[in-house]
Design a protein around this ligand. Structure first.
Ligand SMILES: [Zn+2]
Length: 156
């Protein structure tokens, strides 16, 4: 099961700087769809390593804006614990959705609401496995955080 897979090695992840964001809206007969294309430049995480325990903070140089960005890296056990916790919450939401559906069977709007809650819970549960335990620290000025995310590096 993919859920027990260890997090990606830090070298497979990078600091992404958003370089552009463009939205196009198409109006059709029945619906309007908006597609947003975000472009990034992804930089290596420098000397960042996964610690054996706890969480380590690293200053990573962004080659796009030439700023130093604080990045937090969790140890494997911390990532696994966070995934378990996220799955746990997801299942709570799934069960809440089932309960609302059961209560709402005579009322279509309630039933539909329950289905939406259930789907949301399922998204949280399946999203848990992509938790890699590497993130841009929130404990730094917003100017350093803005436009920066952690993404998987291609071709590494
Ligand atoms: Zn940058």
């Amino acid at each position: 099961m993919a859920d027990s897979e260890p997090p990606l090695p830090v070298v497979r992840l990078g600091l992404a700087h958003e370089t552009s964001r463009a939205s196009t809206t198409k109006s059709g007969f029945t619906k309007t769809t908006t597609t947003t294309t975000i472009r990034y430049q992804v930089h290596p995480l420098g000397g960042a390593r996964r610690p054996t325990a706890g969480t380590e903070s690293y200053a990573v140089y962004c080659g796009t804006c030439r700023k130093s960005v604080q990045v937090m890296v969790d140890a494997d056990p911390v990532v696994m614990a966070k995934r378990r916790q996220q799955r746990g919450w997801g299942w709570v939401v799934v069960l809440a959705g089932v309960a609302v559906m059961a209560l709402g069977i005579p009322k279509p709007a309630f039933f539909l609401g329950g289905v939406l809650v259930l789907v949301l819970g399922a998204v949280v549960v399946t999203g848990a496995r992509s938790q890699q335990g590497v993130r841009v620290s929130k404990d730094q000025p917003i100017a350093a955080r803005r436009g920066h995310t952690i993404r998987e590096r291609r071709g590494v």
